[in-house]
Design a protein around this ligand. Structure first.
Ligand code: 13P
Ligand code: SF4
Length: 354
């Protein structure tokens, strides 16, 4: 839907008034009305690097979700302020691993006598507390664009990986990119005593997968893939690695949001694509590439927005920018120093991956 012209004008004016003092980052899942004001757009990895590369900006306005703003705060200078236009923009996946649950899991691994062999690898989509846990225990962060390199690194440091919180990204990377089998993976359920697994299973596993998932990507099914292949003969199925393993196994291509965009840029005219990721991005890509004769459809028949990403809308962005322009710091995301120290260690290990 077209954005309200009055709000567009107000956002433009507030941004112009702030000038170089503000830098606006926009994740690919953001609404069109918001993304038009982003100085850069990107996947989680690119945005983390871009935030760190702007030391002159006093305010980093993060159009994305809470864990992304936390990561930006960790990677930017102490005098830089990260602002999330709506504090309710969380991530249900990140919420699936709390600091208490993860500490309890580490106790289970310690009692099983394997903790010293385990390297934690945490997906970017996790709280700063989980990132700090990861840094403290010698692990690294990964995103969907470097999960393979993160796992390769981790298996040079130890014999087993505890992968948090997205079981699907962990399993898909292990099986699809690392040549492991499904039997090498075990799922740790934080809601069951001992994680719902036996000590023998933990000892035998190479990958201990946290039982978390993305509710948006979890909606794609093997049926969606089979249906679209029937409806559109010759279609290329391209999905995000947060999808279930059976969906990823049935797809033609798998990759992060940035990978999806690059693949469509490189696609020949006349090619057909079904995309399994968030709908704001898929719609934008369908509109962008239609004039070039590339047919792009959403993988599923039902609508599939990320509701928390969508909380950042133009009214919230205008409010944040106008407040900052009036010298009023609102919705600051600030990670405490102790958490930041260890979380930064884990994030820097990721940024240093080959
Ligand atoms: P990427 O942009 O890194 O592919 O991540 C997708 C996602 O779910 C972000 O929340
Ligand atoms: Fe979280 Fe999924 Fe939304 Fe990404 S798409 S922010 S993983 S709920």
């Amino acid at each position: 839907s077209p954005s309200d012209p009055d709000l567009v004008e107000r956002a433009r004016a507030a941004k112009a008034k702030l000038g170089d003092k503000v830098f606006v980052l926009g994740h690919h899942y953001q609404r069109d009305e918001v993304i038009q004001f982003a100085d850069v757009t990107g996947d989680s990895f690119k945005l983390a690097r871009d935030a760190a590369a702007r030391p002159e900006a006093e305010y980093i306005v993060f159009c994305g979700v809470h864990f992304m703003a936390e990561s930006a705060d960790i990677l930017t200078g102490d005098d830089q302020k990260v602002v999330l236009p709506d504090l309710a923009a969380g991530c249900s996946m990140a919420d699936m691993a709390t600091a208490e649950q993860v500490a309890e899991c580490w106790d289970v691994l310690t009692e099983a006598g394997i903790a010293q062999q385990v390297v934690p690898v945490s997906y970017m989509n996790s709280s700063a507390d989980i990132k700090a846990f990861t840094g403290k225990h010698g692990g690294t962060i990964c995103t969907s664009s470097n999960a393979k390199r993160a796992l390769e690194w981790a298996f040079q440091q130890g014999e087993k990986v505890l992968f948090l919180p997205d079981q699907h990204l962990g399993r898909n990377t292990a099986v699809r990119d690392m040549g492991m089998s499904l039997d090498d993976c075990v799922v740790y359920n934080p809601h069951k005593p001992g994680g719902g697994v036996t000590v023998d299973e933990l000892r035998a596993a190479k990958m201990i997968l946290w039982r978390g998932h993305c509710s948006v990507h979890g909606r794609f099914s093997l049926d969606s893939v089979n249906d679209v292949r029937e409806r559109i003969p010759g279609v290329n199925v391209l999905v995000h690695p947060e999808c279930k393993h059976e969906v990823v196994a049935a797809a033609d291509h798998v990759g992060s949001t940035e990978y999806i965009i690059k693949a469509l840029e490189a696609a020949p005219a006349g090619s057909k694509w079904a995309i399994g990721t968030e709908l704001n991005l898929v719609r934008r890509l369908a509109n962008r590439f239609a004039p070039e004769g590339k047919e792009i459809v959403f993988l599923d028949k039902t609508v599939c927005f990320c509701s928390t990403m969508n909380r950042i809308d133009l009214p919230h962005l205008v409010w944040a920018l106008e407040s900052l322009a009036e010298g009023n710091l609102v919705n600051r995301i600030e990670v405490d120093k102790e958490t930041e120290r260890f979380a930064k260690l884990a994030l820097e290990r990721m940024l240093a991956l080959p």
